[in-house]
Design a binder for this molecule. Structure first.
Ligand code: SF4
Length: 447
């Protein structure tokens, strides 16, 4: 039996194809490959930079679907199915919107793969694939039949991914931010992997630079303390995503630094406490100091921060968006992302905007032929959708301008901590700068 795994791209630029130069290894496909029995041949195609050979013989195609890639994922599925090849679709979008995804697949997989993937492969082998496989989330976390699953990284070879190993220590998050699809998917629960398994996985691969792609690695602080103790002797450097409340725990911050943490993607979301309240961003709201205390702690511990902001809340105005970029520049964050508030399907934000009649693009922006990457998909309160789209693009351009990059780089205390940190600052800053402009207004899907 032969299984073909597919990671779809988002889409294409108006007049040319889009090659994602910042692409990272699709970890979830490495996990699927590892869960597949050894006698099944596994091949992976990454639509972000290579052509999918639709006519190459295969017995089953598995496509991972996110909201941003749904349109392209359906195009790929339709191509294979028109050739009589069976297609299974899974991923977070498949769990959030099963009734949509099932229209393009022979079989739908919801939940996490670990507990039911083996059964699906066995059914496919015997030509009795079920219409649905509904696996639990989290409970089988990276274990299969009681054994720890180490992703098969051999399927990533030769695909020129960024030189950073993606891993997971946990899945989910205990918070309930209003816009967050992760919180919806995991039902506010946080699932941990055994630390021994994480250590074993680190030792079995060559790289010393690791990105823990956990939704919120600081969701369970005692667990993170244990992880830091285990990482320290391994002499790795790592980054992850963490909620800002971690800065209140000074012991943990010191341990993170000692264990090789260079910094985290952190959801600042807004500098306006009213917007944080609307977003139910509780990790940012305790003793709100306008982030003065949090930023001081991050700097004291040598953490380079990727500050993530969300724009388009009901209290946001064009002026407040401008103030948000000034705030990021003043604090010289190593990196910053300015995301338009996106109504992901089945989130509380989506439901609220739907009830208020504020959703654009026939309520399904991810499928609409006129929707473009980085466009507002709803009517904001204090500006138009077009103004929000334009303001967001402007602040992205401003933060990624050369004067801004030089100003951030001249923050010697943060950027010159080591040669490797300096090199990685330049590598990723220039890459992000390029991608911001390349991706803007990209079409969804290739057709
Ligand atoms: S803290 Fe982050 S991962 Fe957790 S619910 Fe909020 S946005 Fe989602």
């Amino acid at each position: 039996m032969k299984l073909t795994l597919i990671k779809p791209t988002i889409g294409r630029m108006e007049h040319s194809l889009y090659i994602d130069e910042g692409r990272m290894e699709p970890l979830m496909l490495g996990i699927l490959a590892a869960l597949t029995p050894d006698d099944v041949e596994v091949i992976m195609y990454d639509d972000r930079m290579e052509k999918i050979p639709f006519d190459e013989p295969t017995d089953l195609v598995a496509i991972t679907v996110e909201t941003y890639t749904a349109r392209r994922a359906y195009e790929i599925a339709d191509e294979y199915r028109s050739r009589g090849v069976k297609v299974v679709m899974g991923g977070i979008h498949a769990s959030l919107l099963p009734e949509e995804v099932i229209q393009h697949a022979d079989s739908l997989f919801t939940g996490d793969a670990e507990t039911l993937w083996h059964e699906l492969i066995n059914d496919a082998r015997h030509h009795r694939l079920k219409v649905r496989y509904d696996a639990p989330v989290g409970t089988g976390q990276i274990t299969h039949c009681g054994l720890s699953v180490i992703p098969r990284r051999d399927i990533f070879r030769g695909k020129d991914y960024l030189p950073i190993s993606l891993m997971q220590f946990s899945r989910g998050c205990r918070f309930a931010c209003q816009f967050c699809a992760v919180s919806q998917y995991f039902g506010r629960k946080h699932y941990l992997r055994k630390i021994d398994d994480v250590v074993r996985e680190i030792e079995q691969q060559e790289r010393k630079f690791i990105f823990f792609v956990d939704d919120n690695i600081a969701s369970d602080q005692p667990a993170l303390i244990e992880l830091c103790h285990a990482l320290t002797p391994l002499k790795v450097n790592w980054i992850s995503q963490a909620s800002l409340d971690v800065t209140k725990n000074h012991q943990l911050m010191s341990l993170m630094q000692k264990s090789g943490c260079w910094g985290n993607v952190m959801g600042f979301e807004s500098i306006n406490p009213l917007s944080l309240k609307d977003a139910r961003k509780s990790p940012n709201m305790r003793n709100f100091s306008h982030y003065i205390d949090e930023i001081a702690v991050l700097r004291d511990h040598g953490m380079q921060t990727w500050a993530a902001f969300t724009l388009g809340y009901d209290h946001d105005t064009l002026e407040s968006i401008e103030q948000t970029v000034e705030f990021a520049l003043k604090n010289r964050f190593a990196f910053a992302a300015y995301n338009i508030l996106m109504p992901y399907p089945n989130t509380p934000l989506y439901t609220q905007l739907q009830q208020q009649g504020r959703l654009l693009y026939d309520q399904k922006w991810w499928l609409h032929p006129e929707y473009r990457f980085n466009q507002a998909a709803f009517n904001p309160k204090l500006m138009t959708a077009e103004q929000l789209t334009e303001a967001c693009h402007q602040v992205r351009s401003q933060f990624n301008s050369l004067p801004s990059i030089i100003r951030r780089f001249s923050d010697i205390r943060m950027t010159l901590q080591s040669l490797s940190r300096m090199a990685s600052f330049w590598r990723y800053t220039l890459l992000f700068r390029k991608e911001v402009h390349k991706k803007h207004q990209m079409r969804f899907g290739l057709k």
